[in-house]
Design a protein around this ligand. Structure first.
Ligand code: NDP
Length: 284
């Protein structure tokens, strides 16, 4: 089984981004800047924030964190978010989610400037992804799956592809991105019957259920390409994916590890989106 390493995919994304970044700097003299907006101090958010800052800085991009207290009211947060949204020194915005329950998440999603929406939360970008338009921004993790397949020259067109998970951040947008690449897509969830059999038929199997090591040898067909989006903590406190990696070793042809797989590509896609946003605002 070939192990698909996220670092190699990330390096390929960086190569292209660096070319565009040189053009941006020549034409504007400025470095694109990402605003990372965080409410509270959840360990998951802090960990993602650290990873995103490190990756973007390694691409030569700027980041600035905008932290807000956990108890901030919806109206106060909305007013602060609008200031960030309108700041012409900010190229793109990443809003760390989930938001505390007093914040109306849907309203914030709907006011983010679609051209600064680096993780595809705006209804405008969701519609563009649904319509297969290239000008939209997909959620970074969903796009990271496509980048992983393409960087490893894995054919997508016509392939039987099964996604386990239908969230707005991974499963649903990924189904649209795969469809755009002409895959035949099946989306599974907690009400799917015959989950094992359905997964076994996949030529490309994407695990995005958030259930540690759930997909074992019973779910994987011979020769399948397995992409593991899951980030979970196992009984020993170690990071693990949704796939029981060891049990599928003799079955799958290729698989992404956790850690070191899709997660590393997700922040590279975030950097790519920031460069794309800056390219779109270049003076003609
Ligand atoms: P959600 O909890 O929002 O969605 C999980 C989905 O999986 C749901 O659609 C759910 O079905 C389905 N599901 C859960 N359990 C089962 C099961 N036993 N059988 C079939 N389907 C099931 O999770 P996210 O989409 O936000 O995240 C998924 C995983 O990806 C998590 O581990 C998360 O940590 C990770 N992640 C990784 C990122 C990265 O950068 N690598 C970024 C974002 C997330 P139903 O709709 O019926 O409830």
């Amino acid at each position: 089984m070939v192990i698909l390493k996220g670092a190699e995919v990330s390096a390929k994304i960086k190569e292209q981004a660096e070319k565009d970044l040189r053009i941006i700097k020549e034409k504007t003299g400025k470095t694109p800047k990402l605003a990372i907006v965080r409410i509270g101090e959840k360990p998951d958010d802090l960990s993602y924030e650290r990873g995103a800052k490190k990756k973007l800085e390694s691409f030569g991009l700027e980041t600035e964190v905008y932290p807000f207290p956990e108890e901030i009211s919806h109206q106060e947060f909305k007013a602060e978010f609008e200031k960030i949204n309108e700041d012409c020194n900010i190229t793109g915005i990443l809003l760390l989610k989930p938001l505390p329950k007093q914040i109306n998440e849907k309203e914030i999603d709907s006011i983010i400037d679609p051209s600064k929406d680096m993780d595809g939360i705006s209804p405008v970008n969701i519609a563009k992804i649904f319509a297969g338009e290239e000008s939209g921004y997909a959620p970074c993790t969903a796009e990271a799956v496509i980048e992983t397949l393409k960087a490893n020259q894995i054919p997508i067109s016509g392939k039987r592809t099964v996604i386990v998970g239908r969230s707005m951040i991974v499963g649903k947008p990924l189904s649209m991105l795969l469809l755009k690449e002409n895959a035949t897509v099946t989306i599974c969830h907690t009400k799917t019957v015959n989950l094992k059999e359905t997964c076994q038929e996949a030529e490309i199997l994407v695990a995005a259920a958030g259930r540690g090591k759930m997909l074992n040898q019973d779910y994987v067909g011979s020769g399948a390409v397995v992409i593991d989006v899951g980030i979970n903590v196992d009984e020993n406190g170690r990071l693990c994916g949704d796939v029981d990696f060891e049990s599928i070793e003799g079955l799958a042809s290729m698989a992404t590890p956790v850690p070191g797989g899709v997660g590393a590509v997700t922040t590279a896609v975030l950097a790519k989106h920031l460069v794309k946003a800056a390219m779109e605002h270049l003076p003609s």
